[in-house]
Design a protein around this ligand. Sequence first.
Ligand code: MG
Length: 304
Amino acid sequence: MIVGDFEILDERYRLFVRSARLDKLHIGCRWAEGPAYFPAGRYLVWSDIPNDRMLRFDECDGSVSVFRQPAGNSNGNTVDRQGRLVSCEHGNRRVTRTEHDGSITVIADRFNGKRLNSPNDVVVKSDGSIWFTDPTYGVDTDYEGNKGEVEQPACCVYRVDGQTGAIAVTTDSMVRPNGLAFSPDERTLYVSDTGRSHVKDGPRHMRRFAVADDARLTDQGVFAECTVGVFDGFRLDAEGRIWTSAHDGVHVYDPTDATLLGKVRVPEFVANLCFGGPKRNYLYICGTTSLYGVRLPVNGAKTI
Ligand code: MG
C-alpha cells in the first residue's frame, strides 16, 4: 500500500507517520554518500564523491556549507565513540580519523604491505575497533577516485584493533563488500555485497555474520536480496530493523524473518543514510544529487 512518500508492505510495526513527508534539504551533488551525524553540534557531514568534497548540513538553521575540499574522494563516514569523524577515502585509498584538534590520523592504508583498494564504508564497534569494506569502486575509474592498480587479491572486510592498530581480514568471501553495520547487541554484522556491478548475475544482497567475542565471523548466509537495484549503505534502528539504501528509496527489513516491511520512496537512487536529530528519529538520506530527510516514529540504534 502506497501512502504519500511511503510504501507499507507489512503492518506489524509503525515505521512511518503517514502524514510525514520527505524533506529535500540540499541539491547539487554528483553522488551523495556517507552521511554521519554529530549530535554534539547538531550537524550532518556527508560526501560528494565525484566532486571530491564533503558537505555539512546545519540542523539548527538548515544551511549547507563545504566541510572539506579536497576530501580524498571520501565515501563512507561515521562518528566514533569519542565523537570523532572516521572517513573512507577512495582517492587516498585509506581510512582516516579527524581528531578533536582537526589533525588527521591514518587508521589504515595498507594490508600485507600492499595498498588497499578503495575503502568504501566504515563502522566503529563499542570496543573501539574499526571495521571497513574495501571494494574497488575508487580505483576502477577516475569518476569517484583515481584509476589505479588493484593490489589486494580480494575485496575484504577488515578490522582494525582499537588499541594496537593492527589490521586483519575478517572475511574475504564477498565480491564487492559495501555497506556494513552491527546489530544493537553487536552479536551480528550485516554487510551488503554489490558484486553485480562487476560480475554478471553477481550478488546484490546483504549477508549476515555472527560475531564472536574474539571478533571472528561466522557466515550465516544471505540475509536479503535487493529487489530494486543494490543495497549500498545502511543503518539499524533501536529495534534492530535494517534501514537500507536501494534504487527506489530506503527499504526496511525485519531482522528476525528478513521480511521487507516497507519503503521510504525517494525519487533518486539512494546510496546511504543515517539516523540523526537529538532523538535519532530523523533519517538523513543521500540520494544521488540530493540530501533528503524524513521524521520517523522510530529511533536509530545508539552508536555513540
Ligand atoms: Mg557504499
